[in-house]
Design a binder for this molecule. Structure first.
Ligand code: FMN
Length: 344
């Protein structure tokens, strides 16, 4: 199996939901945006899709330049995430709701397994989301358990009591870390399925952080105000993300927001960024803008649907190979070398 085959299979299985285009940008003419107005959000962005598109456009604005006159060295892409060594700083981000969002080409547990096992085989870490559809079965935690705890669970901002119990379950599954996507408060699929989600106060977030021995992740930060408050909670990781443009229309692209938030967060917490990342060249841009780790969403859905764990492994291989190439061409020998000097 190769990535072309994976994408062809995904195109077949995701008919009517995702065109598996060369460019995944949520533009109005794309299949995912053409199914709006009362119909499910699918794999697209909320409303006009402007926040989804902004993620891709924000990354496109940054142009790379070469720096080649230097002694040759093999780029060192290895990184440590919460004490775990990974081969490169790219993760599969937290996603869920495959049946509602992704055309039913794969069931939730199969998706979670593909993410955990495929990422592990590639030498990196898979995150999993928390969906409305099969909430009772905890497919994410099941897949993490099966992967020997090698995975991260991000829960929706549900009722506090439910969340506290879920966090205990994540501990039992042996997860690397646990967290909440605070921007899930705007989740359309959760609302559709009658599973209430809420904004979380600083006190509630502190309670969640203190309830567990696992490192805690707050995902879905896009403002200075929230970044500063997130720091006060004692969380270990802040994920800069607009949920792939699925929760609020007309937001800035993540690559635009990231450099504003990095000075507030750097050195205090680990920073991840996601939104619009499609290649290893996008990855190096996010790293140069200050992310410690870069997460990938929609490409991973197509990889899982088209090829299961092997599809995810191949997609990770593709991303990391291009990151290596980008590092060689921009004169970056190690991850700590990557900064704004790579931009033209
Ligand atoms: C179909 C779909 C389902 C998602 N479900 C979740 C989820 O359950 N929890 C979560 O934290 N984020 C969820 N996200 C957001 C992703 O974690 C991530 O922020 C986003 O997909 C990154 O943008 P990209 O898809 O352009 O790479 C979902 C995204 C998609 C496309």
């Amino acid at each position: 199996m190769d990535l072309t085959e994976v994408r062809e299979r995904a195109r077949e299985k995701m008919k009517g939901v995702c065109g598996v285009y060369k460019v995944c940008d949520g533009m109005p003419e794309r299949l995912c945006q053409g199914i709006k107005y009362g119909k499910p959000i699918g794999i697209g962005g909320v409303s006009t899709g402007a926040s989804f598109t902004a993620n891709v456009e924000a990354l496109d604005q940054f142009k790379l330049k070469t720096r080649l006159i230097a002694p040759h060295a093999e780029p060192d892409m290895k990184a440590s995430f919460l004490g775990r060594e990974v081969a490169f700083p790219i993760f599969c981000t937290s996603m869920s709701g495959v049946k509602i969002s992704m055309g039913g080409g794969i069931i939730e547990l199969e998706f979670a397994r593909a993410v955990m096992q495929g990422c592990k085989a590639a030498g990196t870490i898979g995150f999993i989301g928390d969906g409305a559809e099969t909430f009772e079965d905890r497919p994410g935690l099941q897949a993490i358990l099966e992967a020997g705890g090698w995975g991260v669970q991000i829960f929706k901002p549900r009722d506090q009591k439910i969340l506290l119990a879920l966090i205990q379950e994540a501990e039992k599954a042996g997860a690397i870390a646990v967290g909440v996507d605070v921007d899930g408060a705007g989740s359309v699929p959760m609302a559709m399925k009658g599973q209430p989600v809420f904004r979380k106060s600083i006190e509630e977030l502190k309670e969640l952080v203190q309830s567990t021995s696992l490192p805690f992740i707050i995902k879905g930060i896009t403002s200075e105000e929230d970044a500063e408050l997130a720091l006060e909670t004692g969380c270990k990781v802040v994920s800069i993300s607009n949920h792939g443009g699925r929760v609020l229309d007309h937001m800035l692209g993540v690559a635009e927001v990231l450099p504003r938030l990095v000075p507030l967060l750097k050195g205090n917490v680990t920073i991840t960024a996601d939104g619009g990342v499609r290649t290893g060249f996008d990855v190096i841009k996010m790293l140069a803008l200050g992310a410690d780790f870069v997460m990938v969403g929609r490409e991973m859905i197509r990889a899982a649907i088209g090829g299961g764990p092997e599809g995810i492994r191949l997609e990770m291989e593709f991303l990391s190979k291009d990151l290596r190439k980008a590092m060689i061409m921009t004169g970056s020998n190690s991850l700590s070398d990557i900064d704004e000097r790579i931009f033209a």
